[in-house]
Structure formats: C-alpha cells, structure tokens
Design a protein around this ligand. Structure first.
Ligand code: AMP
Ligand code: MN
Ligand code: MN
Ligand code: MN
Length: 281
C-alpha cells in the first residue's frame, strides 16, 4: 500500500557560517538523509554559507533557499527577522551585513571584558578559533569558550548566568531600525519575515512592521504552542502575510534544541514564498 508522503521542509537553519555546528554542505547532507526536499539556510548576518549549501543541495536533490537571519535591536527591543530568496551578490546587502558582523567583533570583545571582570577570563584568540569557520561571531562561540575554560558546566549555564540578554556580561549588537532591516532585504530581492514572534515578544509589532513592508511571519516554530500557532495563522490570513516555519536548527545535540526537520511545516509555505519571490523578481 502506498503511503501518502508530505514533503518535509525546514525554513530556519544555521550552519558553521554563523553559530551552527554543521558545515553548510553537512546541513544539506543531513537534510537529504532526513528526507527533506527543501531547506533555507538562515545564518545570522551572513549569506556566506549559501553557495556551499546550494552546491551540495544540487548534488543531493535538496532545494536550498538563500536566506539570512538579521536581528534589529533598538527602540522596539530585539526583533528577529528572516530574509528569504535574497541575492547573495547584492552589494548593498553585503555591505550592511559586513557592518553588522564588524560590530559583532567589538561587541564580543566587550563581553569578554565583562566576563574577565567577573573572574572568568577567556582568550579572544580562543573564541576566534572556535568561530574559525564562522563569518559572524555570536554568543554561542563565547559560551563554548567559557565551557572549555571550565567557567561553566554547560553552554546553557553560560547563557543563563552571564550572557543572556539580561545577564551581567551581555553587550548589545549593532542597532538597526526595523525599516533598515526590511529595506536591505527588499533591496536584495528578498522577502522579509518576522521570526518566532511569540518567543521574541514581537506579536504586537506586526501591524507596524506590516506597514513598513513586512512580507510574512514565522508561524511554525518548536517553541510555539498550538494556541500560538493558531493565532499566528489567523493574523497571517487577516493581514495577507506569508507563513513560514522551521526548526532553528543549530546542530546542538543537547536534547533541548530542535533537530533539522523536526518542525512540521506545511510545504505550501515554501511554494507560496517561492511564488511571491518570483513575482517580485
Ligand atoms: P548573538 O546573535 O551573538 O546575540 O547570539 C544569539 C544566539 O545565541 C541565538 O541565535 C541562539 O543561537 C543563542 N541563544 C540566545 N539565547 C540563548 C539562550 N538563552 N540559551 C541558549 N542559546 C541562546
Ligand atoms: Mn543562533
Ligand atoms: Mn532568532
Ligand atoms: Mn535562528
């Protein structure tokens, strides 16, 4: 008896180009092994892993959508955005992403200073080594250095005690306005989606962001409750927003974070996203 198989897709995935543990081609290979048809690589503030993931995806028969996750931190708090079908060759996008990544270097050094003052020195060189394949230095790299130096018993403890948003060693990222973030993704031919609004506390901002050009919202996400998913589906329908979803996979095999393809995402999400991207191209 033939079983009906629904295509599996994952539109929120990180690699070693930012704070994930699998290389872009390993991500594509793992997607293939898990039976995914489509994935979007959405590394933080960089598209540097996209070409490798797409090359591997072509070999394996997995569609890899060029994506990026950009966080705008400012008057409205920390807003997480996802860009899809961006052109990685777009000069303005790359210039802006480079600014954001450059600011991450000074920010990470600032966090190390605070950690040293708290009695937990870690060498900047070691953080750089841990992040050696990454274009974008992020807190998980610092958490791994803290673990390695014996200052914490787990990377989670590093976040919980020191480097979470409200932690004593936290330093802000570069401030970007939501409008700037939306505009650079559009400028690069992409679509912009609000990432995990319940988790980021940004549900109330949707009407304002819609007016600025927001194209969609991330509805299907491991930490969203069924009620939240239903509410987001309704908001998307009422406001004419696209819906996306994914696991936010980082390769952390910690039993806490989701695995690749773990989030059930309706395949129409990718189809509608692709159709809209093609229409504006
Ligand atoms: P950054 O972009 O440098 O601020 O680092 C943010 C990344 O750290 C997120 O994308 C997650 O991968 C991870 N992260 C943030 N908050 C936590 C947390 N409370 N526990 C574990 N990981 C976290
Ligand atoms: Mn991350
Ligand atoms: Mn996020
Ligand atoms: Mn993410």
């Amino acid at each position: 008896m033939g079983q009906l198989t629904v295509p599996k897709i994952d539109l929120h995935v990180h690699s070693t180009a930012s704070d994930g543990l699998l290389s872009p081609s390993e991500v594509a290979r793992s997607a293939r092994e898990l039976g995914l048809t489509t994935l979007a690589l959405t590394d933080h503030d960089t598209t540097d892993g996209v070409a490798e993931a797409q090359a591997a995806g072509r070999q394996l028969g997995v569609e890899v959508i060029a994506g990026v996750e950009i966080n705008s931190e400012g008057a409205h708090g920390d807003i997480h955005f996802l860009g899809y079908f961006v052109d990685p060759a777009n000069a303005m996008l790359q210039e802006k992403l480079l600014d954001i990544r450059d600011a991450r270097v000074g920010r990470a050094k600032g966090m190390l200073k605070k950690l040293a003052a708290l009695g937990m020195p870690v060498a900047w060189e070691r953080v750089l080594q841990i992040a050696s394949d990454a274009s974008s230095i992020a807190r998980p790299h610092i958490a791994r250095a803290l673990l390695e130096a014996g200052h914490v018993a787990s990377t989670q403890e590093a976040f919980d005690k020191y480097i979470d948003h409200d932690g004593p060693a936290y330093v802000n990222r570069l401030r970007l306005t939501p409008r700037e973030t939306i505009d650079i993704v559009h400028e690069a031919g992409g679509l912009i989606v609000l990432a995990h609004p319940p988790r980021a506390g940004t549900i109330d901002l949707i009407p304002m962001l819609r007016a600025l050009g927001l194209d969609g919202i991330e509805v299907y996400y491991p930490e969203h409750t069924p009620d939240e998913i239903a509410m987001l589906e309704k908001i998307a329908a009422d406001r004419g927003l696209l819906m996306t979803g994914g696991s936010d996979f980082h390769g952390w095999d910690d039993g806490v974070h989701a695995n690749l393809g773990d989030m059930v995402v309706p395949p129409e999400c990718a189809e509608r996203l692709r159709a809209r991207a093609q229409r504006i191209a």
